[in-house]
Design a protein around this ligand. Sequence first.
Ligand SMILES: NC(=O)c1ccc[n+]([C@@H]2O[C@H](COP(=O)([O-])OP(=O)(O)OC[C@H]3O[C@@H](n4cnc5c(N)ncnc54)[C@H](O)[C@@H]3O)[C@@H](O)[C@H]2O)c1
Length: 256
Amino acid sequence: MLLMSHIPRTAVITGAGSGLGRATALRFAAEGCRLLLIGRRERPLLETVTLIERESLNGQRCSIAAVDVAAVGAMEEAIDNFAATYEVIDAVIANAGVNPQRAIAHETEDEHWDETLRVNLTGMHRTVTAALPYMMEQESGAIVTLGSIAGQGAMAARAAYGPSKAGVIQYTRNLAVDYAKYNIRANCVCPGFVITDICRAWVEGLSKSERQAIEDKHPLGLGQPADIANAAWFLCGPDSRWITGVDLSVDGGYQA
Ligand SMILES: NC(=O)c1ccc[n+]([C@@H]2O[C@H](COP(=O)([O-])OP(=O)(O)OC[C@H]3O[C@@H](n4cnc5c(N)ncnc54)[C@H](O)[C@@H]3O)[C@@H](O)[C@H]2O)c1
């Protein structure tokens, strides 16, 4: 089998208006990728494009689409439009995710349960399946999903988020097995704590000692968005061409 041996020239990144998705967009742009940036709202996506342009990082090659990744047909339309220009979809970073409530099982509200699974699982699935036909046709592609340390092992009060991220990890393994014959790889990045919008307010609400306890679980300290972006870039490029189906902890030693 001919393993993918070129660096990605096009990539789709969801949740690209903030946090890890924005950092990933900056990294892929710096490497010369044409990007389709997806997010719920247009303004944060335009801010990401401005940042890319400010760094002279290829901003003119960014497309944006403000869509709900979980909405039926939304990702297909966005990716079809992008592919109409660039033809090839080398990489997909299914990064959009939510954690609307930190609660134990019987205190998890239905709406938060539903939204967590809807975005983290259904949204990821719709993102990936919108790109797969192109990757199958071109017989190459790299998919990176965003799991979490909360999906690799149980964290307190993550009754919806934890299972959703465990599902992301397992979904990615299934992709790896089912699509290897098309030379498509799928890997899951599992971050430890990186202070972004998804957890900032919660972390700020903790006491000093609670915050310290979280930091202490990461032997290398908390991470930066670029640490996740670097892993995503590695997993989409030729240096990882024989790696598929893994959940890669990028967590400063948390899992160790
Ligand atoms: N920051 C961390 O500590 C951490 C740790 C483990 C995993 N993660 C995962 O990393 C990913 C990125 O999170 P982040 O830390 O950058 O947080 P973030 O809140 O800054 O980013 C999440 C992004 O997803 C977008 N999004 C949410 N729902 C969407 C929808 N329905 N349609 C389109 N876009 C949607 C948001 O607008 C936002 O831009 C998430 O999947 C998250 O679960 C983060």
